[in-house]
Design a protein around this ligand. Structure first.
Ligand SMILES: Nc1nc2c(c(=O)[nH]1)N[C@H]1C(S)=C(S)[C@@H](COP(=O)(O)OP(=O)(O)OC[C@H]3O[C@@H](n4cnc5c(N)ncnc54)[C@H](O)[C@@H]3O)O[C@H]1N2
Ligand code: MOO
Length: 341
């Protein structure tokens, strides 16, 4: 950064390169003016009283923008739906969730912003569940002034990408459950899936609109999925997802819906299945781990379904990075690396 020495009276509109300290003997010693402060006409008298006749200020080009203005601009560029932006402090502005929901980050656009010289922008991980008022992103510039051209490029990135950071509220999804397993159907063992799934659905603002129990019979599972789909936005089908002779659930789902992906690179959750019916009703096959493991792929995918996102094959593949649960003795999710690739 280039700087120059100017007379105090000529300094209006310029940017200080250093702090200016005020000392009143026996009373106080502290900062009267901060590095980066833009000198105004009201400052001149005080500067003179502090004994300043000259100041070292940033040698600005006409195209240069003060750090705080740049921070405000970047805050606007970053923020989308349900996001509030703070005032700048040393150019940094923080973004806060204006509603409960799922954080959506356009990661490619975020990376593009960070490739711009002098620009820093960081967020919580994409698809973090956030509460209203929570800090979700921060952005700043690193020097006291930046080239206006850099901000223009940031504006271009925003224009091409659409929203970069937004909070998507959960829709009040009606969920159906088709719980498979002859042993459960016959009452040989007590169903443990329903309470687990109910909690996951209700936690995200949804409700359970259909529950049925079926033996390991492809035709019966298929019929119950259709029954549930008639009154629900999403159908959760549990059990019978693996390789046993009785595991017919994937076939039953495939007979009524288009399978987007069977098998996921998330552990636990390897036998997960994502499918959609013609009318866009999501049908999700949940392996037995969804019942006993603290977190599984369902915790990564269901929130996205609950904000209305259509899950693609590559969305599931991308979960491989961060898809391995550490199996901590006491579970710290979501404050861990699971699903944070
Ligand atoms: N040879 C292999 N075995 C298994 C594989 C594999 O790749 N090769 N994958 C394993 C993985 S990973 C998982 S996860 C499970 C998937 O299990 P399923 O979804 O097929 O579950 P089931 O076989 O139906 O049941 C397993 C177990 O859980 C009990 N269960 C099922 N539903 C309920 C319920 N609603 N309430 C209570 N208990 C339930 C069931 O009785 C069985 O004991 O497969 C691995 N095996
Ligand atoms: O699907 Mo299993 O799904 O990895 O525990």
């Amino acid at each position: 950064m280039r700087s120059k020495k100017v007379k105090v009276e000529d300094a209006i509109g310029t940017i200080l390169c250093h702090d200016i300290t005020e000392i009143v003997p026996g009373e106080k010693k502290g900062r009267a003016f901060k590095k980066g402060h833009k000198i105004t006409s009201e400052d001149i008298d005080k500067l003179r009283r502090l004994g300043k006749n000259h100041l070292q200020v940033v040698d600005m080009d006409p195209d240069d923008v003060h750090e705080d203005e740049a921070g405000i601009f970047l805050g606007k560029i970053l923020s989308g739906k349900n996001v509030e932006v703070s005032e700048p402090s040393e150019s940094r502005v923080n973004l806060f969730a204006a509603a409960d929901g799922l954080l959506k980050v356009n990661v490619d656009a975020l990376m593009a912003l960070n490739t711009l010289e002098d620009v820093v922008a960081s967020t919580l991980s994409n698809y973090t569940i956030v509460r209203k008022g929570e800090m979700i992103a921060g952005t700043k510039v690193t020097p006291l002034v930046v080239k206006g051209q850099i901000l223009k490029e940031a504006g271009k990135i925003r224009k091409e990408a659409g929203e970069i950071v937004s909070v998507l509220p959960f829709k009040a999804l009606k969920a159906g459950m088709v719980i498979t397993g002859t042993e459960v159907y016959k009452g040989l063992i007590k169903d443990a899936f329903r309470p687990v799934l109910t909690e996951k659905v209700e936690k995200l603002g949804g409700s359970v609109a259909h529950v049925s129990y079926v033996p390991d019979d492809e035709e019966m599972i298929k019929n119950k999925i259709l029954e549930a789909a008639a009154v629900c936005d999403v159908v959760l089908v549990s059990g019978g997802m693996a390789v046993d002779a009785d595991d017919v659930t994937p076939k039953a789902i495939a007979s009524v819906a288009e399978v987007i992906k069977y098998g996921s690179p998330v552990l636990p959750g390897a036998m997960f299945l994502m499918a959609y019916m013609n009318d866009d009703t999501a049908v999700i096959g949940i392996p037995a781990c969804g019942m006993y493991a603290k977190v599984t792929i369902l915790d990564l995918i269901y929130p996205r379904v609950a904000v209305g996102e259509r899950i693609r094959k590559e969305d599931i593949i991308r979960l491989a990075n961060g898809g391995l649960c550490r199996r901590c003795e006491s579970c710290h999710y979501p404050n861990c690396s699971f699903g944070r690739g």
